[in-house]
Write a protein that binds this ligand. Structure first.
Ligand SMILES: NC(=O)c1ccc[n+]([C@@H]2O[C@H](COP(=O)([O-])OP(=O)(O)OC[C@H]3O[C@@H](n4cnc5c(N)ncnc54)[C@H](OP(=O)(O)O)[C@@H]3O)[C@@H](O)[C@H]2O)c1
Length: 357
């Protein structure tokens, strides 16, 4: 089969001809149908986001059709259309350890342990291939997806799930206002879609890219765009003025070099409000103790998502509550990985690149 493989730290991502993956205990084989290529994949391949075992077939999350299951697998069945989330949990309840397969990303404090190393070694290869072997515990069957016409749209479900978990952890209820910092990114745009679908009264969409902000504003009159200038003294008051104090802020920023864009939304959170960090910022936040305490704010982190979040989102998509035809999708094949990663790096917000092997 054809696959996108990294063999050495210097090799980059190459098209390779590999044997079909063989079914083994605890796993299922898939025909890969659709895989979203995140905008920052080229950075990840270049080593900017942590390491993974080599050689590896890239690709943590995507959609596949189950072709066979091991004898001990009951969560998915042959013929199912399933999401592969890539999130492998150790299952050891008292000391949970989690790692992403086919990608970078470790749960907990983000540092690898002997257990996460072994998880990623044993279940090594990901989804950027014609066929894949995945462990049952990363697979989630989507009931009724066999008749969903636009399979390429379903590739966005993992990103919607991550954004949806952030919205859930912010406890956003219908009629509330929510601000999304980094709404111009793909995770941020996913959060905007989820917040709208869950009945937010107003969604303040915050980012730098004007075209992406315009596209979001065109979705729904409840979306209020705010363009970031990079000056917190300007951005903070602009976010506050957009919809008044917000019930919740979801931060989905990429690897911003300063905490300023994250902190710009801080003063817009209402007393008793919630602030959820989902993005890839690697900076520490200068949170004023007394102010945070007196306003009784809640700060939470959110990493990946539960199966139930994805199932809820799939139900919203299936029934038209959440319309994925709003995405601007560029479909690519396996033949030219470098061109696909370049295309992905130029996409913003609701524009995504989807690999259909
Ligand atoms: N918590 C989780 O489970 C989870 C899961 C997956 C990914 N992530 C993280 O989420 C992050 C975002 O993912 P994505 O797919 O949305 O990436 P993306 O499409 O590349 O979006 C990045 C966003 O960050 C903004 N940004 C980057 N640098 C900035 C800066 N210096 N100042 C202001 N804004 C800046 C971009 O703004 P403009 O486009 O307007 O310039 C854009 O809105 C990733 O870095 C990843 O590490 C977290």
């Amino acid at each position: 089969m054809k696959a996108w493989q990294i063999t050495t730290p210097e090799s980059g991502l190459r098209l390779a001809e590999l044997p079909d993956p063989e079914l083994r205990g605890g796993g299922a084989t898939l025909d890969v149908l659709a895989v979203q290529i995140p905008a920052y994949t080229a950075d990840l391949v270049a080593g900017g986001r942590g390491g993974f075992p080599l050689p590896i077939v890239l690709g943590a999350a995507g959609i596949g059709r189950v072709t066979a299951t091991a004898d001990d697998v009951f969560g998915v069945r042959q013929g199912d259309i399933a999401v592969a989330t890539g999130l492998f949990r150790s299952g050891r309840a008292a000391e949970p350890e989690e790692a992403l397969l086919g990608w970078t990303g470790i749960g907990g404090d983000g540092r690898p342990t002997p257990t996460t190393d072994r998880m990623r070694d044993v279940w090594r290869d990901g989804l950027c291939a014609e066929r894949a072997l995945q462990p049952e515990r990363t697979l989630l069957a989507l009931p009724g997806a066999e008749t969903y016409k636009a399979t390429e749209q379903l590739a966005f479900l993992p990103w919607l799930g991550i954004a949806g978990a952030g919205i859930e952890r912010a406890e956003v209820r219908a009629g509330q206002t929510v601000a999304i910092v980094g709404a111009t990114g793909q995770l941020g745009s996913a959060a905007v879609l989820v917040a709208l679908a869950r009945g937010a009264a107003a969604v303040v969409a915050i980012g730098r890219n004007r075209d992406a902000l315009d596209a979001l504003a065109g979705l729904d009159p409840r979306v209020i765009p705010v363009a970031l200038t990079g000056d917190r003294g300007v951005d903070g008051p602009a976010i506050l003025a957009a919809a008044g104090p917000v019930d919740a802020v979801i931060d989905t920023l990429g690897a911003a070099p300063t905490p300023e864009p994250t902190m710009s939304a801080y003063q817009a959170i209402r007393t008793d409000g919630r602030w959820v960090l989902v993005g890839g910022v690697r900076q520490d936040l200068p949170i004023p103790y007394g102010d945070f305490m007196h306003r009784r704010l809640t700060l939470r982190g959110s990493w990946m998502c539960s199966d139930s979040t994805i199932l809820d989102l799939w139900s919203m998509v299936r029934t038209g509550v959440l319309d994925l035809s709003l995405l601007d999708i560029q479909i690519v094949g396996l033949d030219d990985p470098a061109a696909a990663l370049t295309a992905a790096s130029h996409r913003h917000g609701l524009e995504i690149v989807v690999l259909m092997p």
